[in-house]
Design a protein around this ligand. Structure first.
Ligand code: F6P
Length: 363
């Protein structure tokens, strides 16, 4: 009899509940699994003393896809190999489904390795999750499509604010993407109304003829308003000297968007043409919504196929779309080059450049 457990780790992402529902339905309805447990709050949930698991039946998961977030909760870190094995043994789990990013998958790989060492027959199966779409080898990760569509709404608001705040209205939208500008670039491309898009993959230049400030000046002269999209991880080069080290010794950079806002205001003031800058940060709004139609279908495929992989006897694998086909990827291979970055000279980026180039540009 199949007894399985599901854990969701890391930041939220549209479609997590679809994945949970799809795994539970495939396991129970198709393969007659005896029990499916939801581990609460990410890896910390393997320590049952703090949060006991929840039994996921067909009734329990009915309708959860309509809600944002994850029905079983999520969390970062807190991975403990011993506690994980105590849990798996206590509940006689033979299939563990891990939904998370590269860090989560690295831990999953350790579980699979340890299971092999202990000669335990446990399939460890991953479903890659990252709102940033920065897991290597995948065409796209689930939730990304929904997030980009939501980001587009924020860009639209920024555009309205910029256009109506006369003269010299500027809207800045901050989007998630610690090491990759994928969300920022895609939202820029689909909105068609962004004049400048800053991403971690390309150094930020503020001053001089090729700098952001002069570019915005040219845009304002021609259009009267401008919209800027800033990916969270962009601008390390210009912000580096303003880094703050917190009590835990972590280096924290100021937000590029807020920093840029001050630069823009000062720049246009010094030129005698004051600008009104509105700053919008929709970060958590774009990842806490339910999956859209495309992501709902994608998550259904991922969920069904990850279960098929486990039932076929695979372990230490993850499932994803690659070259438009659903494939099983060994976890080790998938996390080797993750998180990935965009190719700034690639096709997508070239198109964004052409967006940012209107009417004149930062080359
Ligand atoms: O998973 C990565 C990410 O989406 C980053 O882009 C962002 O910095 C981070 O999550 C924020 O999540 P949280 O605030 O939950 O740590």
């Amino acid at each position: 009899a199949v007894r399985a457990a599901i854990v969701t780790c890391g930041g939220l992402c549209p479609g997590l509940n679809n994945i949970i529902q799809g795994i539970v339905r495939t396991l129970i309805s198709l393969y007659g699994a005896q029990q499916v447990l939801g581990v609460r709050g990410g890896y910390q949930g393997f320590d049952e003393a703090s949060s006991p698991p929840i039994e996921l039946t067909l009734d329990v998961v009915d309708g959860i896809q309509k809600m944002g977030g994850t029905f079983i909760g999520s969390g970062r870190g807190s991975f403990d190999l011993e506690k994980t094995f105590q849990f798996l043994k206590r509940h006689s789990i033979c299939q563990l489904y891990v939904v998370g990013g590269d860090g989560t998958h690295r831990a999953a790989d350790k579980i699979a390795e340890e299971a092999k060492k202990r000669r335990l027959n446990i399939a460890v199966c991953g479903v890659p999750k990252t709102i940033d779409n920065d897991i290597d080898m995948l065409d796209r990760s689930f939730g990304f499509d929904t997030a980009v569509a939501e980001a587009q709404l924020a860009i639209r608001s920024a555009q309205v604010e910029a256009r109506c705040n006369l003269p010299n209205g500027i809207g800045i939208v901050k989007l998630m993407g610690r090491s990759s500008g994928m969300i920022a670039v895609h939202a820029t491309l689909c909105s068609g109304e962004v004049d400048l898009c800053l991403v971690p993959e390309v150094p930020v230049v503020t001053d001089g003829d090729r700098g952001c400030l002069q570019h915005l000046e040219r845009v304002l002269e021609q259009k009267g308003s401008a919209v800027v999209v800033v990916a969270e991880g962009a601008g390390e080069d210009v912000l580096g000297t303003s880094a703050i080290v917190d009590a835990g010794g972590n280096r924290k950079l100021p937000e590029l968007g807020l920093w840029l806002k001050d630069q823009i205001v000062a720049h246009f003031k010094s030129k005698g043409k004051p600008a009104t800058v509105k700053y919008i940060d929709p970060s958590y709004m774009i990842r806490s919504v339910p999956a859209n139609a495309a992501d709902s279908i994608y998550t259904e495929l991922l969920a069904q196929n990850v279960v098929h992989g486990a039932m076929a006897g695979y372990t230490a694998f993850s499932v994803g779309m690659r070259n438009n086909r659903l494939v099983y990827i060994p976890i080790g291979a998938m996390v080797k080059n993750s998180p990935r970055q965009m190719d700034p000279h690639g096709q997508t980026w070239e198109r964004v450049i052409s967006v940012t180039r209107q009417p004149n540009t930062v080359p």
